[in-house]
Design a protein around this ligand. Structure first.
Ligand code: NAD
Ligand code: MG
Length: 382
């Protein structure tokens, strides 16, 4: 397979964990990718450094900095709450890597589906909340929604071998997070430092907290449901502490295909960037003899109730996943600011799910309404 031309890429959330790893692939493969749009929220110095290296056509910061350095004035700059979307539209980039964290990235995903040839989706919360609206828009515009989340990339890769055959089950692997072996009482009082010490992946703060509570795996079940049109009861989760098997697909004859690799997000990011071609970015080869064994276990619903709450919200449908997500985002922010103990995260999600009346999600405005209502319940409870 021959790469015919260089693809232009908008990196939305360029200063984050996913964004910087995507840019590392651009750095290593300059003949294949050019980053023409870089955006961030507050971190102007980090974005300036990236802009200096990658020379995008446009760039955006949500928070306007005092000055734009002289050597970056030839770039077209956008500032303010809708700067990401305006920059994306001005960039004309073929592909958008949506790597903003939280529902804050939904507008960017929505806009990318209007103007881009392909949408590379890291921002799982946009799919958890935007759900059918996002997948229907992608289908209507015939825009591939390429998963960046490692589990979904693994499933997507396994599905390339499907050849029209029905899938019986998707099996998502989960590292179990930083508190995997902790007892219930200790989990309740886990500190920010405990929670941010993820055993296998190095990621942004919010998703690392989500891994520790296992709400991340619940969000990923919802994400898998939307990406692969799979009902909730045919998506299983298994704990796999080594994070080597990134996820699996089971077919009707019982055959299970898995995708394996060292835990390095540049694998799934690069697969989405180059799809259908693979991008040799310098990955460390798997050493099976050194690994010795791979372990698997069932998740524990008593110690990690958030996973089951997310699956229940998916089964319920409507605004339930939006409420779960909004409450979780508000609770995680409060935990990271040390306003609440870790153990209150599931409690606050449950409280929002109990309190917020359900609505149908017919338009993006309905998503934001449900999100706001959930955050309000959490805020009031703090
Ligand atoms: P991060 O916090 O490291 O980076 C987030 C980026 O988005 C930053 O560039 C930040 O400036 C920007 N941003 C944040 N809020 C914004 C806002 N309101 N407006 C505009 N820009 C904003 O996050 P991350 O770990 O890179 O995660 C990004 C997304 O990818 C999340 O949805 C996460 O769940 C998903 N994801 C991440 C990983 C990982 O390894 N980090 C793995 C799988 C999925
Ligand atoms: Mg994941």
């Amino acid at each position: 397979m021959q790469q015919t031309s260089q693809r232009t890429l908008a990196v939305l959330g360029a200063t984050g964990s996913i964004g910087t790893q995507a840019l590392d692939i651009v750095r290593r493969c300059p003949d294949r990718f050019r980053a023409t749009c870089l955006t961030a929220q507050f971190s102007s110095e980090a974005l300036f450094a990236l802009a200096r290296e990658f020379r995008p056509r446009v760039a955006a910061l949500r928070a306007e900095p005092k000055v734009i350095p002289d050597d970056l004035r030839d770039i077209e700059w956008f500032f303010g709450p809708d700067a990401t979307v305006r920059a994306l539209l001005a960039s004309g980039a073929q592909d958008a890597l949506c790597a903003i964290v939280g529902i804050a990235g939904l507008d960017a995903v929505w806009a990318a589906l209007d103007v881009c040839e392909r949408v590379l989706l890291a921002n799982k919360e946009a799919l958890v909340t935007g759900g059918d609206l996002v997948t229907q828009k992608a289908a209507a515009r015939n825009v591939p929604l390429l998963p960046v989340d490692s589990e979904h990339s693994a499933i997507f890769q396994c599905l390339q071998a499907r050849q029209g055959n029905p899938v019986r089950r998707l099996i998502l692997t989960a590292s179990g997070g930083a508190l995997r072996d902790w007892d219930r009482a200790r989990i309740y009082h886990a500190t920010v430092r405990d929670v941010l010490a993820h055993p296998t992946w190095n990621m942004g703060g919010k998703i690392t907290v989500d891994c520790a509570s296992m709400v991340n795996k619940g969000l990923e079940v919802i994400e898998a449901h939307h990406l692969f049109a799979m009902p909730a009861d045919r998506i299983d989760v298994v704990i796999h502490p080594q994070s080597i098997v990134h996820s699996m697909v089971e077919f009707e004859d019982g055959a299970v295909l898995a995708q394996l690799g060292n835990p390095d997000m540049r694998g799934p990011i690069g697969y989405a960037m180059g799809w259908p071609e693979r991008v040799p970015y310098g990955a460390k080869p798997l050493d099976f003899a050194a690994l010795g064994h791979l372990d698997f276990a069932a998740p524990d619903p008593d110690r990690f109730p958030c996973l089951g709450m997310a699956v229940a919200a998916l089964k319920e449908g409507g605004s339930a996943p939006v409420i779960l997500n909004g409450a979780n985002e508000a609770a995680v922010a409060a935990f990271l600011q040390e306003q609440i103990p870790f153990g209150r995260i599931p409690e606050l999600i449950g409280r929002a799910l109990d309190a917020v009346p359900r609505t149908d999600i017919r338009a993006i405005a309905d998503v934001y309404d449900a999100d706001r209502a959930a955050r309000e319940v959490v805020r009031a409870a703090l």
